[in-house]
Write a new protein. Structure first.
Length: 302
């Protein structure tokens, strides 16, 4: 697909941010399937279905100064501002990070994590829709296997986008996935759930702005109404899809394991772990991301 490069948009960064740290994370993030993400110094290229309902778009992202990120939108010119806004969410630049250092000052464990990965912020799925698809595909299988299936879906049904001279494939738009009959490697029940999640996205039920505007428990409850979406998946969609910055993912077992180890509390239950996380407000999602990234070492996260 030929995409038109739009005039560069600029994002003002509030708080520390290093685009190279985001690219390095994305290069090791199994669901993204982008080992090339950090291949070009100072530049990150992305392709994804736009928030307008799935138009395939791309973005060339550069950081020439600490407080500014430039976004060259690739796609219909009318979507240039929307693409910049979506990039802002994907890179967690829509959140004021000036107070994040305070979480590290209150909690030495968090401070250590921040020093280990300076300038890193959560890197999100391009949309709640794509996060929900990953949540369904990755259930009861190895993440590497789920990633291969996700990549094959993109290669077969996604659109190619010219992103600053590099061809990248965007994940298929919701209506495309919702209209499929089957796909090799996806069991029938799981495939039905995937199609229903895609239909929900096509119907506007997975809008990032709307989900973040709701009280957390209400947003999670709505997400759990989707077929195949349980507590863990609902938290994943809200945190890593919609980009809510202050949710403690109580259903994330690997996070609980890492917290017990880091805080020296091997028998800590859910309530005790949630109490520890109170010191992370209003960045509980961010700290949880740091802990999971540290646990996986290479960023191979669910």
């Amino acid at each position: 697909m030929t995409a038109t490069a739009a005039p560069t948009g600029r994002i003002t960064v509030c708080g520390p941010f290093d685009l190279a740290a985001s690219a390095r994370f994305l290069a090791g993030f199994t669901p993204a399937g982008r080992p090339d993400a950090a291949g070009e110094s100072g530049v990150l290229r992305l392709a994804f279905p736009a928030d307008d309902g799935g138009t395939p778009v791309g973005a060339v992202i550069r950081q020439r100064a600490p407080g500014t990120v430039e976004v060259e939108a690739c796609g219909p010119p009318a979507l240039a501002e929307a693409v910049t806004a979506q990039v802002r969410r994907i890179l967690s630049l829509d959140v004021d990070g000036t107070g994040f250092a305070g979480a590290g000052e209150r909690d030495p464990v968090v401070g250590t994590l921040q020093r280990e990965r300076p300038g890193l912020r959560p890197v999100l799925f391009p949309s709640p829709y794509e996060a929900a698809c990953w949540a369904v595909l990755s259930q009861r299988v190895r993440r590497s296997q789920a990633a291969r299936i996700k990549q094959r879906l993109a290669e077969e049904y996604g659109k190619r986008v010219n992103v600053g001279g590099v061809a990248l494939t965007a994940f298929p738009e919701p209506e495309m996935v919702a209209g499929l009959c089957d796909f090799p490697g996806i069991p029938e029940t799981k495939f039905e759930r995937l199609c229903l999640v895609a239909k929900a996205a096509a119907d506007g039920e997975l809008d990032a702005v709307a989900l973040r505007a709701l009280p957390v428990e209400e947003a999670l409850e709505r997400l759990r109404l989707l077929p195949g979406i349980g507590p863990f998946s609902a938290e994943l969609i809200l945190i890593r899809g919609a980009g809510h910055p202050d949710v403690f993912p109580a259903s994330e077992g690997r996070l609980a394991e890492e917290m017990r180890k880091r805080y020296g509390r091997p028998n800590a239950g859910a309530a005790e772990l949630a109490a520890i996380a109170e010191a992370w407000r209003p960045y509980r999602s961010w700290v949880s991301f740091f802990l999971r990234t540290a646990q996986e070492r290479g960023g191979d996260m669910a």
